[in-house]
Write a protein that binds this ligand. Structure first.
Ligand code: CTP
Length: 401
């Protein structure tokens, strides 16, 4: 197998459902292992009627969980979460109409569906079923829902089906699925940013009310961390200034952890010589006018907290921008997105703004995917499709560079 077909070091979950095509999962597991991948097979109970867990367990070299409930208490309850975080790609092949319906509606009645619901990696669904089941409006709608959630769908092939009918519903051959998997895991191409200093901000800020309470927002930092990682892999020297998140700083990045908007302002403005500044952080616009040194005790009646504006870091950078410096802002909007984003682009003297529409499924806080529109200073606009955040990050860097 050539180097370009290598899955060395890649972690894959193969979800197998109860379809006659389940027999192809054995060959697919073998091909994935041969390409160097670590493969964790998950089967639905229905799949075990078609192919033995022992077959797929032996080929993958791992146990094959079926039920979400562990066989023994010692096996623990959080396996679906651990697997969801572990995998680089989750492939459901064959995916039956039943499992597709469950995935589309967020059901989690098996290890397969529960892991899919907690997975942060891309999920590739390969439907296999009879022609009429595939074309039924319910299946069509469920697949459309999955697409909206960012799932990738590999359509079934046309040909003779197990029922004796001829139509669309055949699971593609394992070699074809392997090819598609290789495409999904292809690292997104990155521009050359060697010699550039890229400053990225990420995460929320916390504005202290007293020693135990703060004002903040739902930002998880994922998009900013993906940008810092992509910029670093593109060869840039990267500084990541981040508010509190649960994420590990990407490899090779200089990390500056901050809490408040004021601290973020200090950290960014003292590094404003960067060639490219990407402000992906959700910086608080207001902070308590006074921070109590002791815990505020409750009293009868309501409480008001006076807030004052924080410094607008990006607008400050915009006001002192060098001609060769590129400033990128983010705008998270719920309505009139383009209008608001254009306003911010002009007001803050930015080169680009990345518009996040919170109302789009799969976009916004706490998702592994994002759907953004890029707006440039010269009026250009480009709506990118729904993609995993690392690919969105690569696409943003390619446009900017
Ligand atoms: N930003 C900043 N400093 C702040 C607030 C925001 O640098 N004090 C940056 C953010 O990192 C982001 C962009 O400005 O890149 C967002 O613009 P902003 O007008 O602050 O948007 P919102 O905070 O969403 O405010 P609004 O209520 O006006 O929508």
């Amino acid at each position: 197998m050539s180097a370009s077909l290598s899955l060395e070091g890649r972690k894959l979950i193969l979800g197998v459902c109860g379809s006659i095509a389940a027999y192809k999962a054995a060959e697919l597991t073998r091909l994935l292992k041969k390409a160097g991948a670590e493969v964790q097979v998950l089967m639905t109970a229905g799949a075990t009627r078609f192919i033995a867990p022992l077959t797929l367990g032996t080929l993958s070299g791992r146990d094959v969980p079926i039920e979400i409930f562990p066989d023994t208490p010692a096996m623990g309850w959080t396996r679906h979460v651990e697997l969801g975080l572990w995998a680089d790609l989750f492939v459901v092949a064959p995916a039956t109409a039943d499992t597709i319906a469950k995935l589309a509606h967020g059901a989690c009645d098996s290890m397969l569906t529960a892991t899919a619901l907690s997975a942060r990696c891309p999920i590739l669904v390969c439907p296999a079923m009879d022609h009429d089941m595939f074309l039924h409006p319910a299946t069509t709608a469920n697949l459309a829902t999955l697409r909206d959630y960012g799932y990738r769908i590999m359509p079934p092939e046309h040909g003779p089906l197990a029922s004796g009918l001829i139509g669309q519903g055949r699971l593609p051959e394992p070699e074809q699925i392997l090819k598609r998997i290789l495409g999904e895991l292809q690292p997104a191409s990155l521009p050359d940013l060697a010699g550039k200093h890229v400053l990225v901000t990420a995460g929320p800020t916390r504005e202290a009310i007293d020693p135990v309470r703060f004002l903040s927002n739902h930002s998880t930092g994922t998009m900013g961390y993906a940008l810092a990682d992509a910029a670093s892999r593109a060869g840039a020297r990267v500084t990541l200034v981040s508010g509190p998140t649960a994420l590990q700083p990407p490899h090779g990045v200089t990390f500056v952890g901050v809490e408040s908007a004021a601290e973020m302002a200090d950290a960014v403005l003292s590094r404003s010589d960067a060639d490219l500044v990407i402000m992906a952080a959700a910086v608080a616009d207001y902070t308590p006018a006074e921070r109590s040194d002791t815990k505020v005790k409750k009293a009868d009646g309501d409480l008001s907290i006076a807030l004052r504006r924080t410094i607008d870091i990006l607008a400050t950078l915009g006001a002192q921008k060098r001609p060769d410096q590129i400033l990128v802002g983010f705008a998270l909007e719920t309505d009139h997105g383009i209008e608001h984003a254009q306003g911010k682009l002009a007001r803050k003297n930015l080169d680009w703004i990345v518009l996040n529409d919170m109302t789009e499924p799969g976009a916004g806080f706490g998702t592994g995917t994002n759907k953004v529109t890029l707006l440039a200073r010269d009026g250009r606009q480009e709506a990118l499709p729904l993609m995993p955040k690392p690919q969105v990050a690569a696409a943003i860097l390619r446009r900017i560079a």
